[in-house]
Structure formats: structure tokens, C-alpha cells
Design a protein around this ligand. Structure first.
Ligand SMILES: O=c1ccn([C@@H]2O[C@H](COP(=O)(O)O)[C@@H](O)[C@H]2O)c(=O)[nH]1
Length: 227
């Protein structure tokens, strides 16, 4: 089951209405900054009661102790996956994964490389000379060497990461756009079918499903198109 639906809405009624149109046998759900900041841990409980695995996408980026403790707090909610920014560096990632392992949690920890909304020009403007793919490869190699379970990247980088980092390193890819969908603010996009061919483990899909006229039907359509 490789689809993660991003529940990017701002209230409980819309979040649960969308969840109730999804099927936990076809997808997992992602709770991000907007929904979690509005509703807090209670929304995670509601989604767990509906049998969904939840990816809590808060992209922690802070000093090692603060990040590690925030990740433990997320793991205590029983979430399936949580993330940090790889650019927080080695000590941050090593401290976090080591505390998570010590606590015997089942929660996967992954690290964001380069946001899928960013292009080469956006990176250059930040003073990063590498292009997006090079920067993703660099941060993913660092992430793996810290013992973290995988990365968030674009599916555009999945082939090279799979080849370099092996079959067990998780590749989680937002920026997924079916051919007929609007790009929105995403810059490094890939279709669901191409992402699967290129070896991603999980694809994160938000607006193409949640803003569809019939979200339930759209999920089924995408699910069937990648079988
Ligand atoms: O690099 C990243 C990291 C996280 N995201 C998140 O994924 C979803 C994508 O939603 P769409 O509506 O399908 O664009 C969203 O929640 C982002 O916060 C990302 O897009 N890129």
C-alpha cells in the first residue's frame, strides 16, 4: 500500500469527512502542520480509531535535544511515521534515531532532503551551488549514514537514490501529480505510475485527491492505475 493522502485542511469536520471517504486498505493518511496546529493530538486518535496508519509530517528542524524529544513526543502518539529535516545535520539525526531506538518505538523516522516545491534556482538563491538532484543525493547519503530509515524527496530522484542507497532505504515522495492535475506550488513533479516504476516506497498525494470532485473515486482511480 504505497499511497499516503495528505489531509491538508483546517478543521476536524473536513478532515474526518475526507478520512471517511478514504479506505485504510488503500492508503495511509498524513497530518501536517496546518491540521495538527489547529487540532492537536486528538485528530491522530480519531484517525487511529478509523484504522489508518498516520504519518505526522511536522518536519522538525532544531538543535539535537529539542528535535529528538519532539520526535519522541510524536512517537508516543503511536504514529506510523514522523520526520525531521536532514539539513539539521548529523548530530541531530543521530541523537534522534538513537533515542527512538532506545525507546523501542515502531515509528519510522525519515528526513526531508530538498522540498519538492524547490527548483535549482531556488537552491542557488540560498547559496547552495548543487542542483536539486545533487543536493538530495548528498543529504540522503548523510541520512542513511546516521541510521535514519529513509528520506522525503521527489520521485525525480528516486532511481538514483534506489541505486545508490539500496532496497531497504525508504523513499517517500510528495510532488505527485496525475497527468490531468494542476501543478499548484510543486516544482519537481512526477506521475504516480512513473514514481512506482522508479522505485518509490510511498507517494504522498494531497490536492489531486482532496480537491477532486469525488475524492473517494480519485483515490481508487490512482490506486488501480499503479497496480
Ligand atoms: O518536500 C516536500 C515535503 C512535504 N510535502 C508535503 O506533501 C504534501 C503534498 O501535497 P500536494 O497537495 O499533493 O501538493 C503537502 O502536505 C506538503 O506539505 C511536500 O509537498 N514536499
Amino acid at each position: 500500500m504505497s499511497i499516503i493522502v495528505a489531509l491538508d485542511v483546517n478543521n476536524q469536520r473536513d478532515a474526518l469527512s475526507l478520512a471517511d471517504q478514504m479506505d485504510p486498505k488503500l492508503c495511509r493518511l498524513k497530518v501536517g502542520k496546518e491540521l495538527f496546529t489547529r487540532l492537536g493530538p486528538q485528530i491522530i486518535q480519531e484517525l487511529h480509531q478509523r484504522q489508518f496508519d498516520v504519518f505526522l509530517d511536522l518536519k522538525f528542524h532544531d538543535i539535537p535535544n529539542t528535535t529528538a524529544q519532539a520526535v519522541l513526543a510524536a512517537a508516543d502518539l503511536g504514529v506510523w511515521m514522523v520526520n525531521v529535516h536532514a539539513s539539521g545535520g548529523r548530530e541531530m539525526m543521530e541523537t534522534t534515531i538513537s533515542r527512538l531506538k532506545k525507546g523501542n518505538y515502531n515509528t519510522h523516522l525519515i528526513a526531508v532532503t530538498v522540498l519538492t516545491s524547490m527548483s535549482n534556482d531556488d537552491l542557488h538563491e540560498l547559496g547552495i551551488q548543487a542542483n536539486a538532484a545533487e543536493q538530495v543525493v548528498k543529504l540522503a547519503a548523510l541520512t542513511k549514514s546516521c541510521g535514519v530509515d529513509g528520506v522525503v524527496c521527489s520521485a525525480q530522484e528516486s532511481k538514483i537514490l534506489r541505486a545508490q542507497l539500496g532496497p531497504d532505504f525508504l523513499l517517500v515522495t510528495p510532488g505527485i501529480r496525475p497527468a490531468d492535475s494542476a501543478t499548484d506550488d510543486q516544482k519537481r513533479i512526477v506521475t504516480p505510475q512513473q514514481a512506482i516504476q522508479d522505485g518509490v516506497d510511498y507517494m504522498v498525494i494531497g490536492r489531486p485527491i482532496t480537491k477532486a470532485d469525488n475524492p473517494q473515486q480519485k483515490l481508487i482511480e490512482i490506486y488501480q492505475s499503479i497496480q
